[in-house]
Design a protein. Structure first.
Length: 188
C-alpha cells in the first residue's frame, strides 16, 4: 500500500477482493439471509461479488459535471473498481449516478434540522456534503464526503453519521480511511 491514505485502483481491487472473499461467505451474511434480511442481493450473491461493475470514466465525469465538483481521488479510484457496493460497514454505497448533495437527496431531513439548536453547527457542513451511501432502510446511517474540507492531497473529509444516536458525524481524513475502518470494525 502507498504511504498516503489514498489507494490506487489496483490497491482498491486487492482490498475489495479480500474483504469480499471474507464477508460474502461470512456467518454474519449467512445468518442475515436465514433471518430474511437480504444484506446482499441474490444477484450479487450468485456472482460472488458484493460490488458492481466498475464505473467508466465517462460516468464519473458526468457525475462531476452534474455536481459541479471533481470527486476526490480515493473515491474516484474506488468507483473505477466497483460502481457501488452492498454491505460495507452496514452501509450500501451508491452507484455514481445516484450520488448527490445531501441537501438535495435528504431535503426533508435537512429542513427538519435547520431550526433545532443541536444541529445549528452541523447544518452548513451537511449542505456541502455529498451523500454516497446509506444503510438502505436500517436505523439511519449516512456516508458523506464534505466538499469544503479539501486537504493538501485534494482529499475530502469523509463522515459516517448515525443521526438517530444524537452524536455528531464521525470524521475520517478521507473516503479510504472510512472504508478501512468499516471493514476493520466488522472484522473485530
Amino acid at each position: 500500500m502507498t504511504t498516503s491514505s489514498t489507494m490506487t485502483v489496483a490497491e482498491w481491487r486487492a482490498f475489495l477482493t479480500d474483504y469480499n472473499a471474507r464477508h460474502i461467505a461470512s456467518d454474519e451474511v449467512r445468518e442475515a439471509i436465514e433471518e430474511g434480511r437480504q444484506v446482499i442481493s441474490e444477484e450479487r450473491l450468485e456472482t460472488g461479488w458484493a460490488g458492481a461493475e466498475p464505473a467508466g470514466e465517462e460516468a464519473i465525469v458526468a457525475a462531476e459535471e452534474r455536481l459541479g465538483v471533481r470527486l476526490p481521488s480515493s473515491y474516484r479510484n474506488f468507483l473505477q473498481v466497483s460502481n457501488g457496493w452492498e454491505d460495507i460497514g452496514f452501509v450500501d454505497l451508491f452507484q455514481v449516478g445516484d450520488i448527490g448533495w445531501f441537501a438535495d437527496l435528504c431535503a426533508d431531513l435537512l429542513e427538519a434540522w435547520s431550526e433545532p439548536e443541536a444541529f445549528k453547527e452541523l447544518y452548513p457542513m451537511l449542505k456541502r456534503c455529498l451523500l454516497i451511501g446509506d444503510d438502505d432502510g436500517g436505523s439511519g446511517c449516512y456516508w458523506l464526503l464534505h466538499a469544503d474540507s479539501m486537504g493538501e492531497n485534494s482529499e475530502w473529509t469523509a463522515y459516517e453519521w448515525w443521526p438517530g444516536d444524537g452524536d455528531d458525524p464521525t470524521p475520517y481524513r478521507d473516503f479510504t480511511a472510512m472504508a478501512r475502518e468499516a471493514v476493520r470494525s466488522l472484522d473485530a
